[in-house]
Design a protein around this ligand. Structure first.
Ligand code: ZN
Length: 274
């Protein structure tokens, strides 16, 4: 599943191909992916609009058009492809946007969980339903140990699942949650409410630095997820614990452990994290 750094890599790789492109037509093969409109209305509204910028909030891609804002989410396995000439429908292709330039944007999704929501442009895009009630990204003003302390105060369960709660920290998924806990020396089962402010300040720094580094390296390429436009991320070489069960810890040589927490595989070093 793509996490924030992978989605940011998708955004950066797609932006030069879609920004300033005018939409001529839209083909919709799986109408249920469009949650706000029926297929005919979606096609009618998009046709003729120009994509001005492609931005991102959390794992949502935000397409800023003349009149509207399109918000898309890749979910488990969504991918975008760019083609420069008309090609037959690909298998697992569900939406295609045709530009007046002849370029085409193809949305491919084996699991079909991806979504598209179209809204009239509001004053503040953060008021739109998919983006409202999301927590802070590590680059937002106010994201620090004090913010985490306030948010974790009533969370008496293990910290790992709390880190995945997008209403608190926007953009941490399973891979990076394991890595930031290792970085801050926190055991994944530790009660979130029971961690000192000093340790949470270090956690906030770890979250900021690890996600920033992962973005610079194009994200992490493991298992089934590969990027749009065939770009592979390199952050998998930087992992300290995630997917490394029984490998020696890079700091202390203790074998990395794997446990299940809230149904998700969780990796940690029993010596470095307490
Ligand atoms: Zn260790």
């Amino acid at each position: 599943m793509p996490e924030l750094p992978e989605v940011e890599t998708v955004r950066k790789s797609l932006a030069p191909f879609v920004e300033s492109q005018t939409i001529e037509d839209v083909k919709i093969y799986l109408p249920r992916m469009i949650r706000t409109h029926d297929a005919a209305a979606f096609r009618r509204r998009l046709s003729g609009q120009t994509i001005h910028t492609l931005s991102r909030r959390g794992k949502h891609l935000i397409w800023h058009l003349d009149e509207d804002v399109l918000i898309s989410h890749l979910r488990m396995e969504g991918k975008f492809y760019i083609v420069e000439e008309d090609v037959p429908q690909m298998s697992h292709e569900h939406v295609r946007i045709l530009f007046t330039s002849g370029r085409q944007l193809i949305y491919h999704d084996v699991r079909t969980f991806g979504t598209f929501d179209l809204f009239a442009k509001p004053q503040d895009i953060l008021t739109l339903k998919p983006l409202a009630n999301l927590g802070l990204e590590p680059w937002d003003e106010g994201f620090d140990g004090t913010y985490l302390k306030r948010q974790f105060d009533r969370r008496h369960g293990p910290i790992k699942p709390v880190l995945l709660d997008q209403t608190i920290i926007l953009g941490l998924g399973n891979i990076y949650a394991d890595e930031v806990l290792f970085c801050a020396g926190i055991h994944p089962k530790r009660a979130a409410s029971n961690i000192s402010l000093k340790r949470l300040e270090s956690l906030a720094t770890c979250i900021h630095d690890i996600l920033s580094k992962a973005i610079l390296m194009g994200g992490t390429t493991i298992r089934t997820y590969e990027n749009s436009l065939g770009i592979d991320g390199m952050f998998q070489n930087e992992l300290y614990v995630h997917t490394l069960e029984n490998e020696p810890c890079r700091i202390c040589d203790t074998p990395i452990k794997r446990i299940k927490l809230s149904g998700r595989s969780t990796y940690y070093c029993p010596t470095c994290q307490h």
